[in-house]
Ligand binder design. Structure first.
Ligand SMILES: Cc1cc2nc3c(=O)[nH]c(=O)nc-3n(C[C@H](O)[C@H](O)[C@H](O)COP(=O)(O)O)c2cc1C
Length: 329
């Protein structure tokens, strides 16, 4: 089964496979690596503070840096009031954004206390005002990424989704967990299907997709228009290309690349794209997920975590790779 391209307003997403926004992870380096393997139809940036964005420079900011290969790209804004939006939208426009996303799902306490992320799902009027200002400020495709809310209440969730559609959002990404679930309990895919049945705009399904089989299951079970992948794409940046191979009519099943090759390429892209003082923390964060390719991944993680430079971290990682086979897949 080859899924149809997704259209978000005029933006064509083909294949309809999407890299999720993940703070500290969905930066230019991961996006470049994913783009090199292929198969990803749309990249999201990590969440960017709408308040801070006007002060950032696309040339020097770790968060705004981007190569020509990471396209199409939607920048995600973390926003708590409409006043923060015009300056932030102007900045992402200047960065060549293909679209704009509003974060309505982040559960971090510091953010919800300031009224951002999932706090917006509790305040329909404020969320509506933010969408309305965004819609008036840009012609770019506009998306919103939501969770299921603070408690399981279908009526409230339905009203929220309908409000987003009526206020001008062009597509919704659904990460079907409650606030309190964080990333723990299994994603409730049935809600992706219910929201898809409710709305006319496209719905992007997200949560726990970690293989070609799981991607196909999400398409089939929920009827979603695209599948968004987060953590598994950090662990296996080649996953999108595996999925497209698997879903193609000829169903070609190429063997996946060797993880050490991907790790070494990540570090070389990191060194080329990111200032040295920011590079090591990003490598540590990436390694936390990448290490899950190995039965003794915690050893890899500890070696990199204790390193004082990316050079030292890579040397330790390559020593580890010489003795440890990767898990299959
Ligand atoms: C480390 C980390 C950072 C995240 N940061 C963001 C973010 O900036 N914005 C956002 O909307 N979601 C964020 N998420 C949630 C992911 O986009 C995604 O919804 C979640 O990981 C479930 O998808 P998965 O099972 O494919 O990982 C983050 C998740 C993780 C693990």
């Amino acid at each position: 089964m080859k899924p149809k391209p997704l259209y978000i307003k005029t933006l064509r997403v083909d294949p309809p496979l999407v890299l999720a926004p993940m703070s500290g992870l969905s930066h230019t380096v991961l996006r470049q690596l994913v783009a090199e393997y292929g198969g990803c139809g749309l990249f999201y940036s990590e969440m960017l503070s709408a308040r801070a964005l006007p002060l950032e420079s696309p040339e020097s900011s770790t968060w705004l840096r981007r190569s020509a290969h990471e396209r199409p790209i939607i920048y995600q804004l973390l926003v708590s009031s409409g006043e923060e939006l015009p300056g932030a939208i102007e900045k992402v426009d200047a960065c060549g954004a293909d679209g704009l996303d509003l974060n309505m799902g982040c559960t971090t306490a510091l953010i919800t206390k300031r009224g951002g992320g999932i706090a917006l799902m509790k305040d329909l009027k404020r969320a509506q005002a933010i969408v309305t200002v965004s819609r008036q400020a840009t012609q770019l495709p506009l998306t919103a990424k939501i969770r299921l809310g603070w408690t399981l209440n279908w009526h409230a969730l339905r009203d929220f989704c309908l409000m987003l559609q009526e206020s001008g959002v062009d597509a919704i990404s659904v990460h079907p967990r409650l606030k309190q679930d964080r990333l723990k309990r299994p994603a409730r895919w049935e809600y992706i299907g219910r929201i898809k049945g409710l709305l006319d705009i496209p719905v992007i399904g997200n949560g726990d997709v970690d293989s070609p089989e799981a991607a196909l299951r999400m398409f089939n079970q929920t009827g979603c228009d695209a599948v968004m992948i987060g953590r598994a794409a950090v662990r296996r940046p080649w996953l999108f290309s595996q999925i497209t191979g698997w879903l193609s009519p000829s169903h070609h099943n190429e063997s996946p690349p060797e993880p050490p090759e991907a790790y070494n390429r990540f570090v070389s892209l990191l060194n080329a794209s990111i200032d040295p003082e920011c590079a090591l923390p990003l490598l540590k964060r990436f390694t936390f997920y990448f290490a899950q390719n190995y039965a003794f991944g915690h050893t890899l993680w500890r070696l990199v975590h204790n390193a004082k430079s990316t050079t030292e971290a890579l040397a330790h990682a390559n020593d580890f790779f010489q003795t440890q086979p990767a898990k299959p897949g």
